[in-house]
Write a protein that binds this ligand. Structure first.
Ligand code: ADP
Ligand code: MG
Length: 369
């Protein structure tokens, strides 16, 4: 799905034009020379239903089809309800590995879509209407777990990948790198990662806040406005037959009678913008390089996965930590929702186009849950 954010005050002030317009509910049109009607925010009269990008004669005019497109006016609730997020939560409870990605350039609204503005201001809690996909999913998950007969044990882990290092955002103290290992039974996993049990909405939201703040501090030093890491919040859902309540503090291995185990993973990717060769040096360029490398690796895996099943070659999950951690949700048995976030501004045109191309490739990937 695609989400277009509104123009920001700064963008409006400096006179940026809107170059992105949605055509109905499932297509988006990008144009450097937008018709005057569309410029005023009216729906484009041609409702185009093309499956993939169709680049027309004018170099920058392109139309892309997606499962759902949310325009600048769409509320957080509309995005939650219209993205299939509720079904994804239910599938995770049923034991599937579900993943939600937010992809897009810095400032395109990834964090806003996932968490709402709450991550931006620590002082005031955000208004309920602005809560993002994550909080809405937690609510949904907890409601479901109360209404179902089986007993659900919930726990969360929160990691970031910064400069190709995996760091735990929930463990106290300065972030330290954790080793990423592989085993036959578990696939890729992070050794010693902290997993915290929770039972209430307040508990999981506060874990999310704590973790995001740890993430932000490391981003602060260099760039206030951009997250230079990929953040992965995973909710582990173990369901057991109805029995006595789990003992508090019960660890991983001690579950009573393991039955289904699903996961719900939220991935806030680092900004996808290409870094200009000039101007980045030292630490910044190391950062930028590892972001570019891991997003490239992700894009590469996606391209290969998008090929018809028979023609597929080996998928290089090992190329980056990001793809290793996501191997299960990308390929095999996972169900993945990709939220590509774009800015409507004329200044972001080329990044917007590359995000849309990336997202249309991702759309062609089929998994076998
Ligand atoms: P990213 O995480 O992609 O770098 P952010 O989520 O931090 O971007 O969004 C950048 C800015 O745009 C923030 O100030 C955010 O509040 C604002 N913003 C993003 N999406 C929307 C939206 N749909 N409606 C209103 N404001 C938005
Ligand atoms: Mg962000």
């Amino acid at each position: 799905i695609i989400r277009v954010r509104p123009l920001t005050c700064t963008e409006t002030r400096r006179g940026d034009r809107r170059v992105v317009h949605s055509l109905g509910d499932s297509a988006v049109h990008v144009s450097a020379t937008s018709p005057p009607g569309a410029r005023r925010g009216l729906r484009h009269p041609l409702s185009c239903r093309c499956p993939h990008a169709q680049v027309s004669a004018a170099r920058h005019d392109a139309t892309f089809g997606f499962s759902a497109v949310f325009d600048a006016g769409a509320s957080q609730e509309a995005v939650f309800e219209g993205s299939g997020m509720r079904q994804l939560v239910e599938l995770a409870i049923d034991g599937f590995s579900c993943t939600v990605f937010a992809f897009g350039q810095t400032g395109s609204g990834k964090t806003y879509t996932l968490m709402g503005p709450l991550a931006q201001s620590e002082s005031q809690p955000a208004s309920p209407a602005l809560l993002g996909l994550m909080q809405r999913s937690f609510t949904c998950l907890l409601e479901q777990s109360r209404s179902r007969s089986s007993d659900l044990a919930l726990s969360a882990s929160y990691l970031e990948i910064y400069n190709e290092q995996v760091r735990d955002l929930l463990s106290p103290g300065p972030p330290c790198a954790l080793p990423l290992r592989w085993s036959k039974t578990r696939g890729f996993y992070v050794e010693n990662q902290l997993s915290v049990d929770f039972e209430s909405l307040e508990a999981i939201v506060s874990l999310l806040l704590q973790g995001s703040q740890r993430r932000r501090t490391s981003a602060h030093a260099l760039n206030r406005h951009s997250s230079r890491s990929h953040a992965l919040l995973t909710i582990h859902i173990r369901s057991r037959a109805v029995s006595a309540h789990p003992a508090p503090g019960e660890g991983e291995g001690a579950s009573a009678c393991p039955s289904k185990q699903g996961t719900l993973c939220f991935v806030d990717l680092a900004g996808s913008e290409r870094v200009k060769e000039t101007g980045s040096s030292g630490e910044l360029s190391v950062e930028a390089n590892s972001i570019n490398r891991s997003l490239l690796a992700l894009g590469h895996c996606i391209s290969l996965l998008a090929k018809p099943r028979g023609k597929r070659t080996h998928i290089p999950y090992r190329d980056s930590k990001l793809t290793r951690l996501l191997a299960r949700s990308l390929g095999g048995s996972g169900i993945t929702l990709m939220v590509a976030c774009i800015s409507p501004s004329s200044r972001c045109l080329s990044e917007t186009l590359s995000t849309l191309h990336y997202a249309s490739r991702a759309r062609r990937v089929t998994t076998r849950p």
